[in-house]
Structures are given as C-alpha cells and as structure tokens.
Design a protein around this ligand. Structure first.
Ligand code: DQU
Length: 375
C-alpha cells in the first residue's frame, strides 16, 4: 500500500511523450484520459465497465462529496475507492473551481472561500487546509492544491492578483498535505495566469520553487477557445519539468486532446464523453453524431464494429435512436459507455503512435478525418 508515487518517461516524439505514473493502486499509462466521477460515480456507467474501457484512473470532486454524503461519511465507509468500488487510482479536484461555478453566496478571502451549498443552501468554508483534509478523507491518490480559477476574460492586473493568491494557497496546501497525507499520495500544483504568457511563466516558476511531483495547467477550458488554449500551452509546458506529469484540467474534445498531447500534456479529464452521451451525442473517429437525428432511424450499423465495447459494437444506431426518442434509460447508459471507450481508444492510439515515432502522421490523419461540424 505504500508504493511511492513516481513518474517515468517512455518515448518522446516531438513534444509528445508517453509515460507511466506508478501509484499504490496501479499504474497510469500516459497520455491518459480520466473519466469524471464527480459524486463518486461515473454517471450512468458501472465501475467494472469504466475499467473495461481501459481507464486507469478516474476523477472525483471535493466540492460535491463534501456536500453529499460528506467526506467524513465516505471515510467511515473506508474511503472513496471502497465506497464506489473503483479499485484503481483516483485523482480529486480541490473544490475551488466547482465552488465558483456551482455554489451561491460565494465570498473569497485570503483565508479561503465561503459559500452556500447548491443542494440545500447550507454554509461551508473551503480553505487550502480543509481541501487537503477532505481529499485525504476521500483517500485520493493524486490531490490538487486549492486554487482560484479566474474567469475569462479577465484583466491583466486581476489575473496577476488571482495567480499570486493561488501561489500562496499552493504553499498552504503543500504544508497541510505534508502534515496528513501518506507517502503513496501526491499533490499537484496548479499553474494559473489566464492567457498572459509572462504570468504563466511567473506561476510556473513560483510553483516549482515550492516543488510538486506533478503540475496541472488550470484556468483553461473556460471559454478562451482552442487557439488561445493551445497558445497558453505553447508558452507554459516548456517551463515545466520534463520528468513530471502535466495535467490539463477540464479538457476536452478529441481534437483538443490531440493538440494538447502535441504540446506535451500527459493527463486529461472532461465531462464531455459522459455528459454528451447522456444527451444523445456519440463521438467517433469521423466526428460527433447526434443519434436523435432522423437520419439514424433506420440505420442498422453499430457505432464501431471494430471496438470490443458492447455499447459500440452490439447495438445499431437505429436502436440507439429509438432509445433516445423513447426516453429509455438505456440510451444514456450505452452512449456514455461508448464515448468513454472511444476516448480510451483515442488515447491508446496516441500512446502507440508516439511509441512508434509516427505521432505527427497520426495527428494529421486524425484532424483530416474527424469533422467536428458537418460540412
Ligand atoms: N477548466 C478547469 C477545470 C477544473 C479546474 N480545477 C481547478 N482546481 N482549477 C482550474 O483552474 C480548473 C480549470
């Protein structure tokens, strides 16, 4: 149980790289996509099926679990792994981002952020110390510092103020982590600085001063758009240590993943595959399909006959179309499952292409084939 956290680089191909993160609950093959299991469940998909798609690690949320069922209750059940039956590594976000996007009556001070629950209006306070305490009660293998994710757009001076607060919170998060976390657990720093290159540099350098075994790139996927996001990665990832994992938070669509791997990102999480699956959107090598669309009513082909995932291989698009039109539970279940499997097959294909030194060709062919919008 006390295998220390470690990262080993595998192959590099341009800026893209493969690697392996060793944790006490298993190894994470990078580049890795983490299915989002916000409230201790990857919505509408059983953990054994999440595992079968090839996911090595899932994400949980401090914000949601502290409100319901509370971190203390999860700890009494033996931690999030036992409570949810996910036996592999779990990464938890620290809650600040979710407080700002979900809660009411938020008040942010140097101490932390106070807020009212979006569920029952109860009052709560998240400080760097309390966030680490919650993540340890959950038993997360990889934890996040408490940070402030600035809104987009934001003025340069407001962004700098926010970045400096997040650096002070990084120090406090690390101090709290060193007090109570186990040797097998890891804490990542989160780089901020919005879309300002000099601020990204300042944040990356300040966090390395403090020292972390992994670095998240935060403050993106907040409406800045793909080109601006890639522009931030172009200036940020070269500043981070090559021998430590880089995690791009909240990203993204398949084309975002390919472009970010091209800019040496190792880890991703996004609600898109499960959230869009619940609403009838299937992701494929050729781009997204809206299976509620009339064009699929009589379509007798599966989403991907080449997949070993039952949701992708054993059901016709016509049947899936029927399930969504009839409002049947099985529709969201099957599409969430298929989309997670597609995301894992995309990650596996990228890992293989990097290992074989042909990632540029893979990326070019994928971008030519994957049409995000019809026409
Ligand atoms: N786009 C995102 C998603 C999640 C985040 N979580 C944290 N802690 N910080 C950020 O900046 C995030 C950005």
């Amino acid at each position: 149980m006390t295998t220390p956290f470690s990262f080993s680089l595998g192959a590099t191909d341009g800026q893209a790289r493969t690697g392996a993160i060793t944790t006490s609950r298993g190894t994470i093959r990078t580049p890795a996509f983490m299915p989002v299991g916000t409230a201790g469940t990857v919505k509408a998909v059983q953990m054994r099926d999440v595992k079968a798609t090839g996911a090595d690690i899932i994400l949980g949320n401090t914000y949601h679990l502290m409100l319901r069922p509370t971190a203390e209750r999860v700890a009494r059940f033996g931690g999030l792994h036992k409570f949810s039956t996910w036996e592999g590594p779990i990464l938890t976000d620290s809650g600040g981002f979710q407080v700002m996007s979900l809660s009411a009556m938020r008040k942010l001070t140097e101490e932390g952020v106070s807020f009212q629950s979006h569920i029952d209006g109860s009052k709560h306070m998240l400080t760097p110390e309390r966030s680490i305490e919650i993540q340890c009660l959950l038993g997360a293998d990889i934890q996040m510092q408490l940070d402030e994710c600035p809104p987009f757009p934001i003025s340069e001076e407001a962004s700098l103020e926010s970045l400096e607060l997040s650096v002070r919170w990084a120090k406090r998060s690390k101090a709290a982590f060193e007090e109570i976390a186990g040797r097998h657990q890891a804490l990542y720093g989160i780089v901020q600085g919005s879309v300002f290159p000099d601020q990204r540099k300042r944040s990356a350098e300040a966090l390395q001063e403090i020292g972390f075994p992994g670095y998240s790139v935060g403050g993106l996927a907040v409406g800045e758009g793909r080109e601006a996001m890639f522009g931030v990665l172009d200036v940020t990832t070269p500043l981070l240590p090559k021998d430590k994992p880089r995690y791009l938070m909240g990203v993204g669509k398949p084309l975002d993943l390919v472009g970010a791997v091209e800019r040496s990102i190792d880890m991703f999480d996004c609600v898109l595959p499960t959230r869009s699956g619940r609403h009838g959107q299937a992701w494929t090598w050729d781009g997204p399909l809206n299976l509620k669309n009339a064009q699929f009513v009589d379509d007798e082909t599966p989403l991907d006959p080449a997949s070993d995932c039952p949701a992708s291989r054993d059901y016709t698009k016509g049947y899936l179309n029927h399930l969504f039109r009839a409002g049947e539970y099985l529709g969201p279940m099957l599409l969430s499952w298929h989309n997670l499997d597609f995301y894992q097959r995309l990650m596996a294909a990228m890992r293989e292409a990097i290992a074989e030194g042909r990632f540029d060709q893979f990326a070019e062919e994928f971008r030519a084939r994957h049409r995000e919008r019809k026409g």
